[in-house]
Design a protein around this ligand. Structure first.
Ligand SMILES: O=P(O)(O)OP(=O)(O)OP(=O)(O)OC[C@H]1O[C@@H](n2cnc3c(O)ncnc32)[C@H](O)[C@@H]1O
Ligand SMILES: [Mg+2]
Length: 173
């Protein structure tokens, strides 16, 4: 199975490969920087979901894959609290698309305020932790859960939800 992944971010590519390998024989993966066509810092569930769908669609256009995954992170607000939110999309070459959302975790108020004034979580997390490339490893979710849930684990859950829907639908056909 030829599988495209619409990013080169390691937390995302590893998540797709770990899960997809379990369910698809002879998987061959391609990582492509597919456009999300949304802002670098999506600020709603709607925008984050759309980014994931666009990445999956564009990754398929850029490759000759049979399946493609788009994963996107963003933030969303409820009652003046800001949460990190995460979405995934799986597009099949026949055009069928599946979507699923992942875990959400609250951000500290000072980080939320920086994002409200135009900041992006990636660089803010590097400043906050004095560590580089958090977004490709633990992620904000890993930092704020003391390492219990990494960004990759969070995306693995989303990928399982996508692959599960694919298997359910295509095993009925
Ligand atoms: O290379 P790409 O695939 O773009 O990877 P990315 O790390 O920039 O990831 P996204 O564009 O999908 O999403 C960035 C958003 O993900 C969320 N996010 C969660 N943890 C993060 C972290 O540690 N660093 C950066 N973004 C994080 C946050 O809401 C960001 O706005
Ligand atoms: Mg990005």
């Amino acid at each position: 199975m030829k599988i495209a992944i619409g990013t080169t971010n390691k937390a995302k590519t590893e998540a797709v490969e770990v899960i997809a390998r379990k369910y698809f024989e002879d998987s061959l993966f391609t990582h492509v920087k597919a456009a999300s066509e949304v802002s670098d810092q999506p600020i709603s569930n709607e925008e984050t979901r759309l980014g994931a769908m666009n990445r999956a669609k564009n990754a398929l256009i850029l490759t000759d894959a049979e399946l493609s995954f788009g994963l996107e992170g963003g933030v969303t607000e409820i009652d003046d609290e800001m949460y990190v939110c995460n979405w995934g999309a799986l597009t099949v070459s026949d055009g069928t698309t599946f979507t699923a959302a992942g875990a959400q975790i609250i951000l500290p108020k000072e980080i939320a305020q920086e994002i409200r004034t135009g900041g992006e979580l990636g660089p803010i997390m590097e400043q906050y932790t004095k560590r580089r490339d958090i977004r490709q490893g633990a992620g904000a979710v890993g930092i704020f859960t003391q390492g219990l849930v990494s960004r990759q684990m969070m995306f693995e859950h989303i990928v399982s939800l996508l692959v599960g829907q694919y298997l359910f639908t295509f095993s009925q056909k």
